[in-house]
Ligand binder design. Structure first.
Ligand SMILES: Cc1cc2nc3c(=O)[nH]c(=O)nc-3n(C[C@H](O)[C@H](O)[C@H](O)COP(=O)(O)OP(=O)(O)OC[C@H]3O[C@@H](n4cnc5c(N)ncnc54)[C@H](O)[C@@H]3O)c2cc1C
Length: 332
């Protein structure tokens, strides 16, 4: 297995910051991955996919593993649906297109989310009222420490809003993911933006839903290949009842949704906007004009510059509303 040394990480993160990795490996099979894990036992490790949800502020003094395990295989099929295993390195949206073009429903709302299939369970990717947890039946992994194969049923994955056991523990390399998709499809009106986009079509097909989402996303989000970014930078904050009430006295129009267990979700984008940060810019970093949750790199190669900007935004929101914004993006 070829291990590279002092590799530039700029091509491997969508914020395009510069940093070196001491060691870098791209295993193409589970066996190759296990060999690397056993050979470099004592090295600090980081697993990456397409780098659309992380950036680097400094050199990485360890081994970065970028699995190159490909393949989309139908495992089972019956009249109602299909079970499909997808290699970790497969591009997420390629898999969505594969499903939609064959009439398999369940992932269409997650169209055009950048990244790999292997990273999808990590933060339980979600968009337009859908979350990937609803179609995952099994996540296949190799435990980093032992090199043992360990498969997780959906229930064992600990899925929650932008969270999973894999994100919590960071102990596993995901090698493939198994999905159960349906062969039937009925559009359910769940998400206002999408309903509006489809307002002239009362019974949209699977591919019409995908196309509508692609149109909305292309309009709303900056292309990370042209304006480097990592999508939504902050998670929507979860508030206790007293915190929610305090927020509503400061901002009576603040959107708050019941999140169960006496907790409430509010909108990070709304708070950023109300704190006066939408469109804010400092040097080469700023909040995207059309979307308050997206931090854009306008030209720096230095991750510290992005970090400093983010801290400023967090400070403003904390100062004005006493709410801590938690990054959704990984900062290394
Ligand atoms: C323009 C834009 C829009 C976005 N929109 C959305 C959205 O609508 N919804 C949403 O949920 N996300 C969104 N994101 C975030 C991003 O697309 C997802 O988090 C995606 O899953 C990242 O995939 P990746 O392969 O790039 O993962 P990376 O960024 O490489 O890694 C993300 C995390 O997963 C870990 N990881 C990656 N692969 C593996 C593996 N095989 N095994 C173990 N750990 C692994 C990494 O260590 C890291 O902690 C957006 C990002 C961008 C740039």
């Amino acid at each position: 297995m070829n291990i590279q040394h002092n590799i530039q990480l700029q091509p491997y993160n969508s914020f395009k910051t510069k940093a070196l990795s001491k060691l870098f490996a791209q295993p193409a099979t589970v066996t190759e991955l296990q060999e690397i894990l056993s050979e470099y036992k004592t090295e600090k490790k980081l697993i990456i996919g397409k780098g659309c949800n992380l950036f680097f502020t400094r050199n990485f003094d360890g081994l970065i593993i970028k699995p190159e395990i490909y393949g989309i295989h139908i495992l089972e099929e019956d009249a109602a649906g299909v079970e499909i295993e997808v290699g970790a390195a497969e591009e997420w949206d390629k898999f969505v297109e594969f499903c939609v073009s064959r009439g398999y429903s369940g992932v269409e709302n997650l169209s055009l989310i950048p990244g790999t299939a292997g990273a999808a369970p990590i933060q339980n990717i979600g968009a337009y009222g859908a979350e990937v947890k609803d179609v995952i039946t099994c996540v296949k992994t190799v435990e980093i420490e032992s090199g043992h194969i360990q498969n997780f049923s959906n229930a064992a994955c600990g899925f929650a809003y932008r969270n999973s056991i894999f994100k919590q523990t960071q102990k596993f390399v995901i090698t493939s993911v198994v999905f159960r998709l349906s062969k039937s499809f009925t559009y359910i009106e769940k998400y206002a933006d999408l309903n509006l986009e489809l307002k002239n079509n009362s019974n949209p097909s699977l591919s019409q839903v995908r196309e509508a989402i692609i149109r909305i996303r292309t309009r709303k989000l900056p292309d990370y290949l042209e304006l480097p970014n990592a999508g939504s930078f902050f998670k929507n904050p979860i508030l206790s009842k007293p915190e929610k009430e305090k927020l509503l006295t400061l901002l009576p129009d603040a959107p708050v949704y019941n999140a169960g267990n006496d907790s409430f979700k509010t909108s990070a984008a709304y708070l950023i906007e109300k704190a006066g940060c939408k469109g804010k810019r400092k040097g080469n970093v700023g909040i995207y004009d059309h979307h308050a949750l997206i931090v854009v790199n306008y030209g720096t190669e230095n991750g510290e510059e992005i970090l400093s900007f983010i801290q400023d935004v967090q400070y403003e929101v904390q100062l004005k509303f006493n709410i801590e914004l938690e990054p959704e993006v990984w900062i290394y």
